[in-house]
Design a protein around this ligand. Structure first.
Ligand SMILES: [Fe+2]
Length: 140
């Protein structure tokens, strides 16, 4: 995996929702993605890359469960759409893992670029929509 052009992912305060637990989890998720980019850049073993994906998968699920809890508690009207986006993302990770088990190695660069783009756009668009709703109903 030499000569891979790497764009590292960093947290930006513009992603902040202002809810500590959710912000901390999002920071961790982006740190995971950033961490996944390093073995690619350093041309390390693909096995360690997929081990990290397995850990990231569990972390993603935990984070989505927390977000789901907040959305349900606050009766967010966009809950179904948001939940579907989460479910599809988890399914894509599971599909890649299935390929891996079947001996068809997914291309790490392609997969990590999908994860990175999905997370950044999800945080910027869908999570932001929920964040606006959350602060609208809790403002007084
Ligand atoms: Fe979300």
């Amino acid at each position: 995996m030499n000569n891979v052009k790497v764009t590292y992912v960093a947290w930006s305060d513009s992603f902040s929702m202002g809810v500590k637990q959710l912000d901390e989890q999002r920071k961790e998720l982006l740190a995971f993605v950033d961490g996944l980019l390093h073995p690619i850049a350093d041309s390390k073993e693909e096995a360690s890359f997929w081990d990290t994906i397995r850990q990231a998968e569990q972390y993603v699920k935990d984070h989505f469960a927390t977000e789901d809890k907040y959305m349900l508690l606050t009766r967010f009207p966009g809950y179904n759409e948001h939940k579907n986006a989460h479910d599809q993302f988890v399914q894509t990770i599971a599909d890649n893992m299935k390929c891996l088990k079947a001996g068809e190695t997914p291309i790490p660069e392609k997969f990590i670029s999908f994860m990175k783009n999905w997370m950044l756009s999800h945080i910027a668009i869908m999570d932001k929509r929920y964040s606006d709703y959350f602060w609208n109903i809790t403002a007084f």
